[in-house]
Design a binder for this molecule. Structure first.
Ligand code: C2E
Ligand code: CA
Ligand code: CA
Length: 736
């Protein structure tokens, strides 16, 4: 709006009689009105730092006063003295505008040295040209010293303005509409000044010239800039973190500016005056120094960025610990200096945390674990994150390893806090000492083997050459497992679960068998843990589940009431923790037509110890109507609390307690206590690994109703058809 009015007024200005009083009055009125507009803008938008606007307004006012004085001389006194008091006001305008621009630049760009140098290069180059073609001729003109002084003061002030405007547009910060308008206003004024000076030099200028349009529009733009809402930036726009770079456009501008000095030497006019040559030489030196300063700043910036990149390349983003590359580098240094040890820490069940609580909690957990490990590493050790949930500590002197291991074990014995959750994480710890090897990768590999062999209870496992052999075997077996699945090398056998004391068949437990094409039969104790580690267990488990359900359904169809009432299937911790187990079970049941109540899923206590998804999976299974048995009960880190949280109906009392009751000096205390607990909680106890009639008899007297063991039947591909086991209708001994 203010802009439109301004343009209209400027247009109208030229309709008035040339050089008349009316034209002069309009001219001055425009200057005055837009100076006032600036003050109005300040009142309207209340910028945090209003000082610069007052300076601009004051500068403009000076100009108007100067004009008025000049006009009084011209129209009233009919004099045209030069210099006149008007010049004092004209010249006073420049320092005010310059001060305002300095404040503006500081507010918008902060103290950006690179931008400042760029502006100086631009101003020096252009100023030099200006000096040679405008300043010099004026100074060379005849006249008093004062006249020449004032004559050069104008262009010099313009160069100062130019530098500031250049500065405004060379800084890194963002430019608002208001800033652009201010820049345009200053630029218009500059251009007008230059044209004025040149015209004055080579012709004679009189008012009403189109040049006035430039001055007038400059007035208008100063005012309009103050009326744009962006004149009061809401956020601090100073972006100090980002130094001014060297873009293509900037490079071209700077190169052109710094080439102006030598280029001047090709202009014949400059060659005539010695003083001009000196000016060009001085300008060239200044430009050279400025460019050198700019380049050194640029080089420093590149070095700093390279440093930051290196830092990034050596550290893990999330935890800030050293990364694998950094770790290996430091390890090879340590191997050169002494006998270091490498500790590997693998966090188990981290994936579950991610699945259950989401990645934010997972990330926080990793950070908290990293801090623990860093602390345990101590001052001399280097803690690193090797991959997802795998960490390592470099102990520079192997003698310090026991202390570090101790601290790590203690740190992981208590829960780790991640957000609102306190999680007890199980870790495997392995370590290797530099002995006969000075190869960083080999030492790391040995620590890997050790951590692979370690249990997940935080008990450190030290590397020995024997571990290598086992690891090798595990690796080759692991590879064979996958092929075996495709080749159909797995079979299922079934072991009876019978009722005491008669031995009536109640249920069967499914057990998997593997006949390796070269090595022959391999026990599940050997290959199930490997299948778990390699992940094959998921596929293998699914196959077992489907096959067992089909077998049970077939028995029910063919044997009728003589079929075992239930079938047990073992589910490994990893299977339980994976999402989708309940869906898989439901599918196997639907496929085979086996009622859910005929299926028991056996899980170990440790599998559900960490709660989370595993516990949820059990609840989901329970909701299907499937029964849950706690396997090997009493051997894990079982707590009785577990019995309340886990929705299990069956307790399988571990063989070790059964063995005790009949061995000389052994005791029946635990077996006796466990049947009491089971009964008390409304659960069914199954005695595992019953091998003798004596054991069976004692168990019967202790109150056990169900038992399983070689005494009643070995695992076999078929159901037992003769012997002591009466094939009767399987009564489901558990309510529900
Ligand atoms: P488990 O679930 O505790 O299975 C019982 C183990 O004890 C079986 O060994 C069985 O053959 C053995 N056993 C039964 N009665 C007696 C006895 O009177 N005396 C002795 N000494 N042992 C007896 P197996 O088949 O070698 O299985 C070992 C473990 O492998 C199982 O322990 C189970 O944890 C795992 N496993 C076996 N089959 C599967 C399976 O299909 N899936 C999963 N995930 N794990 C399985
Ligand atoms: Ca079992
Ligand atoms: Ca068992």
């Amino acid at each position: 709006m203010a802009l439109v009015v301004g343009v209209v007024v400027v247009g109208g200005y030229f309709l008035l009689p040339r050089q008349g009083l009316a034209q002069s009055l309009v001219y001055n009125a425009v200057g005055l009105v837009y100076a006032v507009v600036m003050v109005v803008g300040v009142r309207l938008f209340r910028p945090a730092r209003p000082a610069m606007w007052y300076l601009f307004a004051a500068g403009q006012l000076m100009f108007v006063i100067g004009d008025v004085i000049w006009e009084i001389y011209e129209y009233v006194l009919h004099l045209s003295p030069y210099p006149s008091p008007a010049d004092i006001f004209y010249l006073a305008c420049y320092p005010l505008l310059a001060a305002g621009l300095v404040l503006l630049v500081r507010e918008r760009h902060g103290r950006d040295l690179a931008g400042l140098i760029d502006a100086a290069i631009l101003a020096t180059g252009v100023g030099l040209v200006f000096g040679v073609f405008v300043l010099h001729p004026i100074a060379a003109e005849a006249g008093s010293v004062l006249e020449r002084l004032i004559g050069t003061a104008y262009p010099a002030a313009d160069v100062l303005l130019l530098a500031l405007v250049a500065r405004l547009f060379t800084g890194g910060g963002q430019r608002t509409v208001s800033t652009k308008l201010l820049g345009a206003a200053a630029l218009l004024m500059l251009v007008a000044d230059v044209v004025y000076a040149v015209l004055n030099q080579y012709s004679s200028y009189d008012g009403g010239n189109p040049l006035d349009a430039l001055y007038l529009m400059s007035y208008v733009l100063w005012g309009v800039a103050a009326l744009h809402p962006s004149m009061a930036p809401s956020t601090a726009p100073v972006d100090r973190a980002r130094p001014t770079g060297l873009g293509r456009r900037r490079l071209v501008t700077l190169t052109a500016s710094s080439l102006l000095a030598p280029a001047l030497l090709f202009v014949p006019a400059t060659m005539r005056h010695n003083s001009d040559l000196y000016a060009v030489a001085a300008g060239a030196i200044v430009l050279f120094l400025l460019v050198a300063a700019r380049m050194s700043g640029f080089v420093r910036q590149v070095q700093r960025q390279a440093g930051q990149l290196e830092d990034l390349a050596l550290h893990d983003d999330l935890t800030g610990l050293a990364n694998r590359r950094h770790f290996l580098r430091r390890l090879s240094e340590a191997l050169g200096a002494g006998r270091p040890a490498v500790v590997r820490i693998n966090v188990n069940g981290f994936k579950n945390v991610n699945d259950q609580y989401g990645h934010t909690v997972g990330d926080r957990l990793l950070i908290a674990l990293a801090r623990k490990i860093e602390k345990a590493a101590g001052g001399g050790g280097l803690a690193a994150r090797m991959s997802g949930d795998e960490f390592a500590v470099l102990v520079p002197d192997a003698a310090g390893a026991p202390a570090v291991l101790n601290r790590i074990a203690r740190a992981f014995a208590v829960p780790t806090t991640a957000g609102d959750h306190a999680l007890l994480m199980r870790v495997s710890i392995g370590y290797a000492e530099a002995g006969d090897t000075s190869e960083p990768l080999e030492l790391l590999r040995r620590a890997d083997i050790a951590v692979f062999a370690a249990a997940d209870d935080g008990e450190p496992c030290r590397y020995t050459p024997e571990l290598d052999a086992t690891a090798h075997e595990e690796a080759s077996l692991g590879a064979d497992l996958r092929t075996a699945l495709d080749a159909g090398d797995f079979r299922l056998v079934y072991q009876p679960i019978v009722e005491l004391p008669h031995g009536r068949l109640i249920a069967v437990e499914t057990l998997v068998r593997w006949t390796h094409p070269v090595r022959g039969p391999i026990g599940p104790d050997v290959f199930i843990p490997i299948a778990e580690r390699t992940g094959v267990i998921v596929e293998l488990g699914a196959w077992i589940l489907r096959a067992a359900c089909h077998q049970a359904a077939t028995w029910r169809a063919t044997l009728g009431p003589d079929a075992p009432g239930r079938i047990s299937v073992n589910v490994s911790p990893r299977q339980l923790a994976r999402p989708g187990l309940a869906e898989m079970v439901a599918a196997a049941l639907a496929d085979s037509g086996l009622p859910a109540g005929c299926l028991t899923i056996e899980v170990t206590e440790t599998a559900v110890l960490d709660g989370g998804p595993s516990l949820q999976a059990l609840h989901d299974l329970r909701a299907l109507g499937v029964l849950i048995a706690l396997d090997d009960f009493g051997t894990g880190h079982s707590s009785l609390t577990l019995l309340r949280t886990v929705p299990a109906q069956i307790l399988k009392v571990d063989k070790s307690f059964i063995d005790e009751i009949a061995t000389p000096g052994g005791s029946a205390v635990i077996a006796g206590a466990l049947i009491e607990i089971a009964n008390g909680l409304g659960m069914t106890a199954v005695a595992e690994g019953v091998e003798t009639a004596d054991q069976a008899d004692r168990l019967d007297r202790l109150g056990y109703r169900l038992a399983q063991g070689y005494h009643f039947g070995r695992p076999a591909p078929e159901l037992p058809v003769s012997g002591d086991i009466a094939l009767e209708a399987g009564r489901v001994p558990v309510a529900g």
